[in-house]
Design a binder for this molecule. Structure first.
Ligand code: FE2
Length: 376
C-alpha cells in the first residue's frame, strides 16, 4: 500500500493555504503554470456537430474558436481577427463564414481569410494569394476524445494520447465513439476551480449531501484510484451511486462491455479541468473554465449510447439526467459555502483525513508542485 501525503501530516495543517483559493495572484500563477501548459478541456465536439458551425470558448483567458469545416473536420483557432486583433466571434454560429465587425474581414470555418474589403483602398481589391494564406486564423493544438475537445496552448508537450493512455487502457472495453448527448447544462459557480475538483473527488460527502445516491455504506465501497499523477479519482467496483439513476427500462451499454465491468462506476479528474464519470451505459463530463479566483463556469453533459437516441429511451434518458443534474445542483451551494470559508485564516488549519481525503491531498500536491515548477 502506498503512503499518502496525509499519513504523517500533523493535525490541522492544510496542504494548500486558504488564500490559494482566493488570491488573484495565485489564480494568475495557476493559469500560467497549469492551464497554459497542459492539455485542458476546452469544449464538447457536439457544440460543432454541423459542418460549417463554430463555437467560441475561452481557455486560460484566451478567446478560442472551435469550428467544424465543410469537410467535417473539427478545428480550433485563436478567435482573433488577423487585422486588428478583435475577437472574431462571440456567439455559436452555423454560418460557414465569420465576419469581423470592425472592418468586415471575413474568414471561412476552415480558418481561411476570404474577405478583405477595400484592401488597397480600391473597390474589389484583395491581397495576393500568399498574403491571404499568411493571414488565415492561427490554429491551436487540439485533440478530440470521448466527446470532448482538448487544447494545448503551451510548448508542444506530450501528445494527448500519451497523457491519457492509462485511462484509455482502463476504458478500452467501452466504445466511447458511440456517445449520444442526452442532456447538458451550464453552471456559474462562485467558487475556486480547485474546490470544484476537490468536491468531485470527495466521496465522503455523498451520503450527506446526496442521500439519494446511496447510504454511507455505498461511499465506503469506493476505492481510491490513481491512474497517473494527473488522472486521479475513484471507482465503485460493484456500482452503487448510479443505481438510483437506473430505471425499469435500462439503457443500452456502450458496445460490448464485459460482464465484469458492467456494474463498475469510475470517477476521475483528468487534471486539470475534465471531470468524468463512466458507467457501462452512461457517461458524464463536467468540463470547466476557471474565470476568476472565486468564479468557475461548469459545462456538464450526460451521454448515453447512440442506440439509446430514440423515443423509446426518452424516459430513461430523462430519468438518468434528472438524477445526475440533481446531484450537481446539490453541490453548488456546498461549493459556494466552501469558498466563503476560504476567506478565514482558520481555513489554513484544515484537517484532511487519511481515510477519506488522500485523493484530494494528491490533487493539492499536484497543484502545489506545478506552481513550484514555475518559481524555479
Ligand atoms: Fe457532491
Amino acid at each position: 500500500m502506498t503512503v499518502g501525503p496525509l499519513d504523517d501530516r500533523a493535525i490541522g495543517t492544510s496542504i494548500l493555504p486558504a488564500d490559494a483559493y482566493t488570491d488573484p495572484a495565485v489564480f494568475a500563477a495557476e493559469r500560467g503554470a497549469i492551464f497554459e501548459r497542459r492539455w485542458v478541456w476546452a469544449g464538447f465536439t457536439h457544440w460543432v456537430s454541423a459542418p460549417g458551425s463554430s463555437h467560441p470558448v475561452t481557455v486560460a483567458g484566451r478567446p478560442l474558436l472551435i469550428t467544424r469545416g465543410l469537410d467535417g473536420v473539427l478545428r480550433v483557432f485563436h478567435n482573433i481577427c488577423r487585422h486588428r486583433g478583435m475577437v472574431l466571434s462571440e456567439e455559436p454560429s452555423t454560418r460557414k463564414r465569420l465576419r469581423c465587425p470592425y472592418h468586415y474581414w471575413t474568414y471561412d470555418v476552415d480558418g481561411g481569410l476570404c474577405g478583405t474589403p477595400y484592401w488597397d483602398r480600391s473597390k474589389g481589391s484583395a491581397p495576393d494569394e500568399a498574403t491571404r494564406d499568411a493571414l488565415a486564423l492561427l490554429p491551436v493544438t487540439h485533440a478530440e476524445w470521448a466527446g470532448m475537445v482538448l487544447v494545448s496552448l503551451g510548448e508542444p508537450g506530450r501528445p494527448l494520447g500519451e497523457a491519457l493512455a492509462p485511462l484509455r487502457e482502463r476504458w478500452a472495453p467501452v466504445d466511447l465513439e458511440r456517445l449520444h448527448l442526452a442532456a447538458e447544462d451550464t453552471y456559474e459557480i462562485a467558487a475556486n476551480w480547485k474546490l470544484v475538483v476537490e468536491n468531485f473527488l470527495d466521496f465522503y460527502h455523498l451520503p450527506f449531501v446526496h442521500p439519494q445516491v446511496g447510504p454511507a455504506a455505498a461511499a465506503l465501497d469506493i476505492d481510491d484510484v490513481m491512474l497517473a499523477d494527473d488522472i486521479l479519482g475513484g471507482c465503485y467496483p460493484r456500482g452503487a451511486a448510479g443505481k438510483a439513476a437506473k430505471t425499469s427500462s435500462p439503457l443500452p451499454m456502450f458496445g460490448d462491455v464485459p460482464a465484469a465491468l458492467r456494474d463498475r462506476q469510475d470517477i476521475f479528474c483528468v487534471f486539470p479541468n475534465a471531470l468524468v464519470f463512466l458507467e457501462a451505459d452512461w457517461f458524464q463530463v463536467i468540463g470547466f473554465e476557471p474565470v476568476a479566483a472565486d468564479r468557475t463556469v461548469e459545462h456538464m453533459a450526460v451521454f448515453v449510447d447512440r442506440t439509446a437516441a430514440g423515443p423509446e429511451f426518452e424516459d430513461a434518458r430523462k430519468a438518468l439526467s434528472a438524477v445526475l443534474f440533481e446531484v450537481n445542483d446539490q453541490d453548488v451551494p456546498i461549493l459556494e459555502r466552501l469558498q466563503r470559508g476560504r476567506s478565514s485564516p482558520a481555513a489554513d488549519r484544515n484537517h484532511l483525513l487519511p481515510h477519506w481525503d488522500q485523493i484530494t491531498a494528491r490533487f493539492q500536491v499536484l497543484v502545489a508542485s506545478a506552481l513550484e515548477g514555475v518559481d524555479e
